[in-house]
Design a protein around this ligand. Structure first.
Ligand code: F6R
Length: 615
């Protein structure tokens, strides 16, 4: 949450900062701001709301800003204090010489603030960042050196932070620090960059240094120096960035979300590549580091994740229990961390996260790591904090996902879980399900074409989206392996259209939710051929008897059942087992088109952020 950017070089810093922030807008968009330095002069510009408001302010300063070649910038997702100009970053200390941008939360900021107030410091905002700026400035009064001041200040702060600081008396550097929030330094020729995430700098460089926790760095235009928590200089570990600038373009689609939905065929191909070659060959999963004997000892699996990733985990439970015959618990990370969870060296813990930076999941993983469980991480960001905590890193390589609503990363997570389940089954040497496994492999290989066939003709979904876009409430129902699809379909709809939508196991409808049904509460039911088809159909009859309008999503429906539904969306034929990966495409499109008809900001829905780096 929140994005930070820094630039030092010979170019016009404001242009580079704004371009960087535009690629970080997915991390928050409550306010934005930049601080620009030219010799010993620093100017700060801030705007409330979206980045465009800041861009408009800077337009009037185009020429004036030409010679400002150093700067730091920020895009905010409000934690402390309302999303106002006064709370927007950068924050300047009360001596008016040190300016700071920050991503994260300083947990002991109140204590520090009270001490500073006693010493005569004063504050304009409600933010923890202004407190940090003043604390660093206080240390500077003693050290007269920004690096030393930062090193002393961070030792007094608890919580999470990525900082970029500039000081009027040291106009040749940006000083950075990191703890529990991502920060990367991009390396150029005669210029360097700092950012919370790669998209902000990928058009300028492919070389970078990822800071690790507790490190502090000095970034000058020709050099970068990094220091560890004991203030010793460490060697710069340079890495090559895995993304192309192309990946952050809309490629002609109206929104990133629509582009990302349309990429899902290729995403499936990518995940399968090198792992599933032929249906009569075993799955190859070198990334999974437990050997056969160790796998045999796994007595339980715990899946921890949040939001959409949690829904992928629920599908995972279904298939891992079926094929690996190991009990699986799936739990939101935010709940997992405040319980006495039972895990030991025979527990396989699977953390799922598209960003790899979700604070709750990181905390949960760190906690369970102490119990010596094996940690497998399924993430779209092999460069993330979570990836670095993994014993087995299972990257899903969905390509960068810009839209805040997760779509293709969910698909990639599902496919990874299918692969892992079959892999565990094969490593455990089970001889049952032979035919079912072969069929599943076949269906996985055919899945990209099915997804693409579905995406070729979306007219029916568009029509239905338009028809239902003015309803205020929705219920999604399904059973079995598609219960998580109902949860995920409802989540997609509410997060981008702000329509109240809830997913239920269809059998739960009559245990309470049915009381809400009338003709203003459409029910979307997922019905696939398989053991739960008839049961979901009966639940649909019950809903219809209460005048609910019914939308069916199905891979096959008997002629006699069709009249029950007001609207029907048919997906390409597939087994119940693989159907979550096909149904979800329909639900993503439905949410997308409803949001579009309502004129909502599809890619940047209100109050959300792509990377939830606060607990
Ligand atoms: C919804 C969505 C969120 C995330 C959740 C966890 O579209 O994207 O629900 O799934 O915030 O994020 P990750 O997967 O990055 O851990």
């Amino acid at each position: 949450m929140c994005g930070i950017i820094g630039y030092i070089g010979d170019k016009k810093a404001s242009d580079i900062l704004i371009s960087g922030l535009s690629h970080l807008e997915y991390r928050g968009y409550d306010s934005s701001g930049i601080a620009l330095m030219n010799n010993n002069n620093v100017e700060v510009y801030k705007a409330q709301g979206k980045l465009i408001n800041l861009i408009n302010i800077l337009k009037e300063k185009e020429n004036h800003l030409l010679n400002y070649n150093i700067g730091i910038g920020h895009i905010r997702w409000a934690t402390h204090g309302a999303p106002s100009i006064v709370n927007a970053h950068p924050h300047t200390c009360c001596f008016n010489n040190l300016t700071l941008v920050h991503n994260g939360i300083i947990e002991n900021y109140q204590e520090i603030k009270e001490e500073l107030i006693k010493e005569g410091y004063n504050f304009l905002s409600q933010t923890d960042t202004e407190v940090a700026a003043n604390l660093i400035a206080k240390e500077y009064t003693k050290t007269k050196n920004l690096l030393d001041a930062m090193q002393m200040a961070v030792k007094k702060m608890k919580g999470a932070f990525a900082f970029c600081a500039i000081h009027k008396d040291e106009p040749d550097k940006i000083v950075v620090a990191k703890r529990n929030a991502p920060l990367v330094i991009g390396l150029g020729q005669g210029e360097n960059f700092v950012a919370s995430d790669i998209p902000a700098i990928i058009e300028y460089t492919k070389k970078a240094i990822y800071l690790t926790d507790h490190q502090v760095g000095v970034v000058k235009k020709d050099s970068v120096e990094i220091y560890d928590e004991n203030d010793n200089k460490v060697e710069n570990k340079i890495e090559y960035l895995p993304f192309e600038a192309m990946a952050i373009s809309k490629m002609g689609f109206k929104h990133f979300m629509l582009k990302e939905i349309h990429e899902q065929g290729d995403v499936v191909r990518n995940v399968l590549s090198g792992k599933l070659l032929q249906i009569d060959k075993s799955i190859k999963l070198d990334e999974f580091k437990l050997n056969k004997e160790q796998i045999k000892k796994i007595s339980r699996v715990q899946i921890i994740a949040c939001g959409t990733s949690l829904h992928a985990g629920l599908v995972g439970k279904y298939i891992i229990e079926k094929f690996a015959k190991i009990p699986v618990d799936v739990e939101p990370s935010s709940e997992y961390i405040y319980r006495d969870t039972i895990a030991d060296e025979n527990t396989l813990v699977i953390g799922i996260s598209q960003s790899g930076e979700t604070a709750d999941t990181i905390t949960a993983i760190k906690q369970v790591k102490q119990k010596h469980s094996h940690i497998a991480i399924i993430t779209n960001r092999a460069d993330s904090t979570m990836a670095r905590l993994a014993d087995s890193l299972l990257p899903i390589s969905a390509g960068i996902e810009v839209s805040v609503a997760a779509t293709k990363s969910y698909m990639a997570q599902l496919i990874s879980l299918y692969i892992l389940s079959i892999y565990l089954h094969e490593q455990l040497g089970f001889s049952d399900f032979k035919e079912e496994i072969q069929n599943l492999k076949q269906e996985l290989l055919e899945l990209p074409n099915k997804v693409e066939a579905l995406l070729e003709d979306t007219e029916n979904i568009k029509k239905i989206a338009k028809k239902y876009s003015n309803f205020k409430d929705f219920i999604f129902i399904a059973r079995g392996i598609n219960f998580p699809s109902a949860l995920e379909g409802a989540l997609k709809l509410k997060e981008i259209s702000y329509i109240n939508a809830t997913g239920y196991g269809a059998g739960e409808l009559k245990h309470g939710p049915i009381a809400m049904l009338d003709n203003n509460m459409p029910v979307l039911a997922i019905l696939n051929t398989g053991i739960v088809y008839d049961k979901v159909l009966s639940n649909c009859e019950e809903a219809k008897a209460r005048q609910a309008r019914l939308i069916g999503v199905t891979n096959y429906m008997a002629e006699k059942d069709i009249p029950l539904f007001d609207d029907l969306i048919t997906i390409p034929f597939c087994s119940d087992l693989i159907s979550p990966a096909v149904n979800i495409v329909v639900l993503q499109l439905l949410a997308y088109y409803i949001s579009e008809y309502l004129g909502k900001d599809v890619d940047q829905p209100r109050n959300l952020a792509k990377s939830v780096t606060v607990e």
